[in-house]
Design a protein around this ligand. Sequence first.
Ligand SMILES: Nc1ncnc2c1ncn2[C@@H]1O[C@H](COP(=O)(O)OP(=O)(O)OP(=O)(O)O)[C@@H](O)[C@H]1O
Ligand SMILES: [Mg+2]
Length: 418
Amino acid sequence: MSPYTLGIDFGTSNSAMAVTGPDGQAQLIRLEGQATAMPTALFFNDEERSTHYGRDAVGHYLAGTEGRLMRSLKSLLGSPLLQEKTAVHGESVSFQDIISRFLAELVRRAERQTGRRPERLMLGRPVHFVDDDSSRDQQAEAALRLAARQAGFADDDIRFQLEPIAAAFDYERRISQESLVLIVDIGGGTSDFTVVRLGPDRTTRPDRAQDILATSGVHIGGTDFDQRLTLQQVMPHLGLRHIGPQGREVPSPLFLDLSTWHLINWLYSAKVLHQAQSLRENYSDTHLHDRLMTVLRERLGHQVLHAVETAKIGVSSTREPASIDLTQIERGWSLPLQPQELEADLLPQLERVGASAQECLRRAGLAHSQIDAIYLTGGSSALQPLQAQLRRDFAGVQLVEGDFFGGVASGLAYATRQ
Ligand SMILES: Nc1ncnc2c1ncn2[C@@H]1O[C@H](COP(=O)(O)OP(=O)(O)OP(=O)(O)O)[C@@H](O)[C@H]1O
Ligand SMILES: [Mg+2]
């Protein structure tokens, strides 16, 4: 009998897990109430010295509880920042340890639901954790492996599978005839592609290497879209590109970090607050500086990104203008986001995502006309301008929308049989 394996999709924005049931079908684990995916988020509550996960973590932060929110931790894999220590409930812990705690909590929740401790883990990984740097990419996988070891698993019991290949195995269960498919997985941190041959008769074959024709990927996802929109739409109101009394722009590095989900926590130190305060002389309009200082002092960085992300999803879903709600920073303050702005701001990134999809087909040695379908998974694959880009690039190929948040985890459960 094969070992009891838990498939874990540790995502930049959301995590999900699955096991295969007695009928051979993947079963997603309920992570928070009935929800089978949960935000990859932790909140360290300073008032009660408690640790919260997922929606619970985000909810505490948005409600203004004193403490620290951590999001987008996967983006730190492969970066030297992973080893940096931070104070958590009076203890100095590294971000590596924080990832380990999150993974251990996931395993605990799976165990609680299934009543059985998994013997083996099948972890998803993007095609590239880090672009154009294979040694940092290997470090990233090694760091995720270490987190799994710290969660109690032996090295031999930790396996990896590429996230887009896992998504393909899940899709395969829903098709009735053999097809050549371009799998597109666009999440919070990365865009991953694979060209695979799928078919109902192939699901049980022990070795699928021959069916995977090519993979490609680029380190761009929804958190990068949020960053870009924040820099374009919100940060100018806090001083980005603002011209000061000496005719010079306010220095910009702070605004970039403040728009980057995984770097926000570094901005709340006394040192950075002091540096930010001293920027005041670079402003002609000090009201803009007041807003910047409010965001930093009151630790509202994640609030700003959350407001931008909500507006992004709103515009994308309705194709109508939405508002970026900034009332936490200044009473009654909001900024409009127009569908044309969403498209124009994200165009350079979407073109790079589109180019990576084309590259995958090129590597497979296939023309567009030889592909039967494009299968979309990952939350950001719902983004309207992105779908429009794919329709332009792959005119005539059918786009199939899949399970945006659970597909990779289910596929990892199926991959355990490979
Ligand atoms: N309707 C929508 N339109 C556009 N973007 C969306 C929509 N719904 C969710 N998103 C975005 O999808 C992203 C999260 O997707 P997902 O949960 O698939 O990512 P992930 O698996 O955590 O990340 P990764 O696979 O890159 O590590 C977020 O950036 C979120 O803003
Ligand atoms: Mg994902």
